[in-house]
Ligand binder design. Structure first.
Ligand code: F0G
Length: 352
């Protein structure tokens, strides 16, 4: 067994990183591609989960952040800045710390999951809560980075982020020996669907795969601008990670859909929560609500016939369930309290 070196070293020739740059890595990538027996049975497809919550900070953002922060360090930046619904801020904070750079994050007040906030705090980021949504935060971050170029903007509008995140598509093709027929993703700011499509296109161009997948992008029904074809001014969903009304990578996301003969569709919060519970209770994979949107979309597409039976499908589950403990504990029963007594344990467990 050899050690996984992180995505820059794993895919050196595909990364915009010069040989003499110091690589800032936390060992991201190389995440499990897990067969999903229950979902396969339910859909009549062969379903795999790309478990990107297994990255160092618990989300796929690390794949792009290693490249963005490596680039910022090489450019002599003093710090990094981002807008975030939570995961980007957690990842930026960790990689900036590793690089010895400062990190400032702009987050929508009261709309970021507890675990993500805890990470930004733990890594010592400057956290500014904005009285607005993610779209407001991103506009502010863009303006600030333009006016103060000592700081690097590490949102997915930074091409280094996209190049890094394309590594997930390379890993999937390398492991399967082909591309899936269909790739399902949750879509918020639309950087990840852009990155996957760039990755599959690169492998296709180099003859490493003979066909690219159809890209299926799923948005929360209350935050589905790409589905409606116009921005949403007041996006709302329990999946706070994708509570976004004006995706920055709108054009590339539409191109990914059109070129791959894919689709965008909306999933309701109830469908997201049902998929969230199915993943944790049946597949043993605990994800955050936004990640379950890909699986909610898979189930919806299988049910409405837009997903052909027998397809090889990969669903990316983008973030770890521990990111959002509040949602996990929604409607959870109170734990049973028992005395220090084996008989009481046996009685509580109804052991015969
Ligand atoms: N899933 C999770 C867990 C996310 O955190 C995000 C985005 C997405 C899916 C959607 O990816 O934006 O590339 O379409 N989170 C960003 C953030 C916006 O700030 O952490 P996308």
């Amino acid at each position: 067994l050899t050690r996984w070196p992180g995505v820059i070293e794993a895919y050196r020739d595909r990364m915009p990183v010069q040989p003499d740059w110091t690589v800032v890595t936390l060992g991201e990538g190389g995440t499990p591609l897990l067969r999903a027996p229950h979902l396969s049975g339910q859909t009549g497809c062969e379903v795999f989960l790309k478990v990107d919550g297994a990255n160092p900070t618990g989300s796929f953002k690390d794949r792009g952040m290693t490249v963005a922060v490596t680039d910022a360090l090489a450019q002599g930046k003093q710090g990094v800045l981002c807008a975030s619904t939570g995961n980007t801020s957690a990842s930026a904070a960790a990689y900036a710390t590793r690089a010895g750079l400062t990190c400032a994050v702009l987050v929508p007040q009261g709309k970021i999951a507890l675990g993500k906030l805890a990470q930004a705090v733990a890594h010592g980021a400057r956290i500014l809560q904005i009285d607005g949504n993610f779209d407001d935060c991103l506009e502010l971050a863009r303006k600030t980075a333009a006016d103060f170029p000592v700081t690097a903007l590490v949102n997915s509008v930074n091409p280094a982020r996209i190049a890094g995140q394309a590594s997930a598509a390379y890993e999937i093709c390398d492991e399967l020996g082909r591309a899936p027929d269909v790739h399902c993703l949750p879509v918020g700011n639309a950087g990840n669907i852009t990155a996957y499509w760039a990755g599959y296109r690169a492998y296709l161009a180099d003859g490493l795969i003979t066909a690219a997948p159809r890209m299926f992008g799923f948005q929360a029904a209350g935050a589905a601008p790409l589905v409606h074809g116009e921005p949403v001014t007041a996006p709302e969903t329990i999946a706070t990670a994708i509570r976004i009304g004006a995706p920055a990578s709108w054009g590339p996301a539409v191109a990914a859909r059109d070129e791959s003969h894919g689709r965008f569709a909306a999933v309701t919060d109830d469908e997201i929560l049902a998929a969230y519970r199915l993943l944790s209770a049946q597949e043993g994979v605990f994800v955050e609500p936004a990640s379950a949107a890909s699986v909610a979309g898979l189930l919806q597409s299988a049910a409405d016939g837009t997903l052909p039976r027998g397809s090889l499908v990969v669903c990316t589950v983008t973030g770890h369930g521990l990111k959002d403990p509040d949602t996990a504990l929604l409607a959870a029963p109170e734990p049973t309290v028992v005395p220090i007594d084996p008989a009481a344990v046996a009685a509580a467990l109804e052991l015969a």
